[in-house]
Design a protein. Structure first.
Length: 314
């Protein structure tokens, strides 16, 4: 027998086609005997993304081709799978406890010969919000940034480099094509439960890096103009400066995964990040054009001039 795993978050609109293909491939030939050699298992991650209509189709398929083949739905909330739930045995898996996560981190550190202080492992576990995979990613990123570990060392998430590269691409090519590519990168981070608020804060900070005060104020104004998003206001005093690309002065990661759990809120933040990116690209194109013209004066104020080219991105 064999099994196939598929993550719906990676299929980007092709969920129904992929699942249908896998189901059809699992059908045994007529008169076949079901045993361990031909048993097939399909594991569907993020199954709560399945539409209700397609769930009904899966239910019909399972009823018609009942046999030794299995399909496992992995989801955050089984109430989103009501159409097939009655056909399944529901198994609830509790997230790892704080102590369990620390034990895993300490085990990895021991195997890799890394001296991991209890204080660092505790902070990593707290920042990961019961997400063991993220805790391991955070451990690796923090270790690579600075080792031996020191007291008070910033805890990284492993996504800082990705956000840095997004900011770099925005600066290099503020174009509609680049916007399309960046949307995909941001969507990927959100699909991996990276808080959109965390993405936004770090993106703003990266775009301001090594720029003069006027430029930084313009970026802050663009960010603050987004007003409220899901009850949280983006204000200038929320953004702190990076000391370097690897460490931060005071960008907290306490909201790293918590705020991404609400899909509706995540979508709102995604739209706001996209809007900010469009506005910054427009402003930056004006800024570059103004600089190239050698007319002198201050960088263009985003509130007055960036809307002149905003339509190019819509």
């Amino acid at each position: 027998g064999h099994h196939v795993e598929v993550n719906l978050a990676d299929l980007h609109g092709y969920e129904n086609h992929v699942i249908t293909t896998l189901l059809n491939e699992s059908i045994l030939p007529p008169h076949s005997i079901c045993d361990h050699t031909n048993c097939k298992v399909i594991v569907v991650h993020d199954a709560d993304r399945l539409s209700s209509d397609f769930q009904h189709y899966i239910g019909w398929f399972l009823g018609r081709y009942a046999g030794c083949n299995k399909i496992i739905f992995c989801c955050s909330d089984s109430s989103n799978l009501e159409a097939v739930k009655h056909l399944c045995k529901v198994v609830t898996l509790q997230p790892p406890s704080f102590e369990e996560m620390i034990k895993v981190l300490e085990f990895i550190a021991m195997k890799e010969g890394i001296d991991l202080p209890r204080g660092i492992s505790s902070r990593i576990a707290v920042s990961a919000s019961n997400n063991l995979r993220q805790a391991i990613r955070s451990f690796e990123a923090t270790w690579r940034a600075n080792y031996p570990f020191i007291e008070g060392q910033p805890i990284l998430t492993g996504w800082e480099e990705e956000i840095y590269n997004v900011a770099k691409k925005i600066m290099e090519e503020p174009s509609p094509k680049q916007l399309y590519l960046i949307r995909g990168k941001i969507r990927k981070m959100i699909d991996h439960n990276v808080s959109p608020y965390f993405i936004f804060r770090h993106l703003v900070t990266e775009l301001k890096r090594d720029r003069d005060k006027d430029f930084q104020n313009s970026v802050d104004e663009l960010a603050s103009n987004l007003n409220y998003c899901a009850g949280r206001k983006f204000q200038k005093d929320q953004y702190k400066e990076y000391r370097s690309r690897d460490t931060t002065l005071d960008i907290s990661i306490e909201h790293f995964t918590v705020e991404a759990h609400d899909q509706g809120e995540a979508i709102q933040y995604f739209i706001k990040i996209e809007e900010f990116t469009v506005r910054f690209m427009s402003f930056y194109r004006c800024f570059i054009a103004n600089k190239s013209s050698k007319l002198g004066g201050d960088p263009l104020s985003p509130s007055r001039n960036h809307l002149q080219v905003l339509s190019h991105f819509m």
